[in-house]
Design a protein around this ligand. Structure first.
Ligand SMILES: Nc1ncnc2c1ncn2[C@@H]1O[C@H](COP(=O)(O)OP(=O)(O)OP(=O)(O)O)[C@@H](O)[C@H]1O
Length: 317
């Protein structure tokens, strides 16, 4: 949903210091990271550490987002959202504002990462996201506003993390915040009730968006249009057994969708391996091409192996 931003209300410059009224901690503002309908997020330093500080006019927003972040910390093993570091008030010269401080998640957003590193990363990152969503859903929450801008890829062993927990909603309620392109209600493919299938639909749309970086507009055909988009794109077609059921709300849980994605990725790896074998059966005249084919297979296997290694490693850290 498009809403006006709070940017104009704060305008804190680099070097400004936010003093916490109750916990007496001092945060030095470095720069603005972004402004949304519910507040402004700044990069700040506290005792030499970079942190993200969100300040809002609306105390209710702060309380509600803090509650979500607190409940995230209780989700075992989940690294979905940033960890919560402090909650306090700040008395400016004119007014009292509420703010909270969270872990600064450093890295490019999903689309920038994929543009830089290649689309082969999309299924790997979606596998991670689905693991985290499974835990979140089990804890009784639905993320709601899943979109590439809210997904940051961080670390040397790339790990996907969500920022902006403003849309996170208790299961069974109406989704608090959404963005049309990733919202099943907008496409006429379901309600805005907070249930796991809502997030799985958005996950499929995020996957599709990675293949169509400039997105596309709705033409009124709903599922038929999205199915066409999946089938017509070479990087999506091989994942149609994951994407189409997710768009239809047919996966009961994130782990079911994850399992289907693993199966597709496995088939994909095998078919890439097989596609070079005809070349290896060429007559001796073509020995050079044969060597190219074998090298290609080794490169593909090594590449996929590396991605899985990074994925497994990132699961352990
Ligand atoms: N923990 C964090 N680490 C790094 N960057 C962050 C963090 N939290 C927010 N950001 C940055 O700040 C921007 C604004 O964050 P915010 O949560 O306000 O999102 P929004 O969608 O723009 O706002 P709103 O939900 O209020 O409408 C984000 O787009 C992101 O770039």
């Amino acid at each position: 949903m498009t809403m006006s931003t709070m940017k104009s209300q704060f305008n804190l410059q680099s070097g400004a210091v936010i003093n916490g009224k109750w916990h007496h901690k001092h945060y030095r503002i470095e720069k603005e990271l972004g402004a949304g309908a519910n507040g402004v997020v700044y990069l700040a330093t506290y005792q030499g550490q970079l942190v993200a500080l969100k300040i809002s006019e609306n105390g209710y927003t702060v309380t509600s987002e803090v509650n979500v972040l607190k409940s995230f910390t209780k989700v075992q093993g989940s690294t979905l959202g940033p960890s919560l570091l402090d909650v306090d008030d700040w008395q400016s010269s004119s007014k009292l504002y509420s703010f909270y401080v969270m872990e600064y998640i450093h890295g490019p957003d999903l689309l920038s990462f994929v543009k830089q590193k290649g689309e082969a990363w999309v299924p790997v990152l979606m596998l991670q996201l689905l693991s985290d969503l499974e835990e979140l859903h089990k804890a009784g929450w639905v993320f709601g506003d899943l979109k590439p801008e809210n997904l940051i890829v961080t670390g040397r062993a790339p790990r996907i993390r969500c920022i902006d927990v403003g849309g996170t909603t208790i299961k069974g309620r109406a989704i608090k915040e959404f963005t049309e392109f990733y919202d099943r209600g907008y496409w006429g493919l379901g309600s805005r009730k907070a249930e796991p299938t809502y997030d799985l639909f958005s996950t499929a749309m995020v996957f599709i968006h990675c293949a169509y970086p400039s997105r596309f507009s709705k033409d009124g055909r709903g599922l038929e249009q999205l199915t066409d988009k999946v089938k017509k794109h070479k990087n999506l077609k091989c994942y149609e057994d994951v994407l189409i059921p997710a768009l239809q709300g047919r996966f009961k849980s994130a782990s079911d969708m994850r399992q289907a994605l693993l199966t597709c990725s496995y088939k994909q790896t095998r078919s890439k391996g097989n596609s070079v074998s005809p070349q290896t059966r060429q007559p001796t005249r073509k020995t050079k091409r044969k060597r190219h084919g074998t090298t290609g297979a080794i490169v593909v296997i090594l590449f996929i192996g590396c991605i899985y290694f990074f994925y497994l490693y990132s699961q352990m850290v």
